[in-house]
Ligand binder design. Sequence first.
Ligand code: OGA
Ligand code: MN
Length: 296
Amino acid sequence: MSLETRELHPGLAAEAGFLDLSQPLDPDTIAAIQTAIDAYPVLVFRSQSLTDAQLRDFAARFGPLEIGRSAARPGRRRLAIPQIGDISNLDVDNKVRALDDRRRLDGLGNRLWHTDASYMPVPVVLGMLHAVTLPPASPFGNGETEFADMRAAYDALPAETKAAIDPLIAEHDVFWSRAQIGFTDFPQPERDQYPPSPQRLVRRHPVTGQKSLYLSAHASHIKGWPIADGRLLLVDLNAHATQTRFIYSHTWRLGDLVIWDNRWTMHRGRPHDEHKPRDLRRATTLDTGSTLNEAA
Ligand code: OGA
Ligand code: MN
């Protein structure tokens, strides 16, 4: 079968025709979804109603699933399934977190352009985010999620820039992305659990050979360069890669399931009314090898 799609942003985002993702799907349907993701690294399904277990089971058809940083912490958690990431502003009792709540401040790192888990030695592939509760409009934003096309951004660079950055390795560190928004309050054991990881700055699609910028708020500097020079290069590349022409902004509706490929996109959450609940659930598939093994 082939999946019906309607383009939302050329080469970046599409809306898929309706499929009930809560039901077990046959291998042909899963393959058709994967083909659509390869063409459109942001794929939107509307009108889903998935329990956490159904979201986990659907996502697991695409690869082994990540257990994220917050689920790996000891202590009580709001969601029962460790493979489901809690992308919400709610505490264990489903109450909106206070403005100075540590977990909320940590989660605000998602407002910076990033690709998920690039601080891990082997990063992730697909993110799948399901909208369960949405906040009302606010003066600063409506909790949209924006996606930027890192293949188009790479293609648009001058040939000399491409040649110069192709071999570079960046160091990615989750505590650097948090430090950028002034949040440094992490206990040493948590820091020790997530040391920085090296990643190629330019990735290559395993099948098509298409290249892509692998940027993220976690990217701190360039290996072998003075910290300041590397940081400034990353600032320039981020400004280039997040121009309006490379961006699709997703306005959430209840029941949306948005799938994105972290290898070819960056994303960020937008501000929203912090006094109202926003509850999204995320499943994430793991990659199989280090980006360092991808020939530039
Ligand atoms: C994520 C993320 C942004 C948002 O779930 O990985 O960055 O809009 N979310 O919640
Ligand atoms: Mn994210």
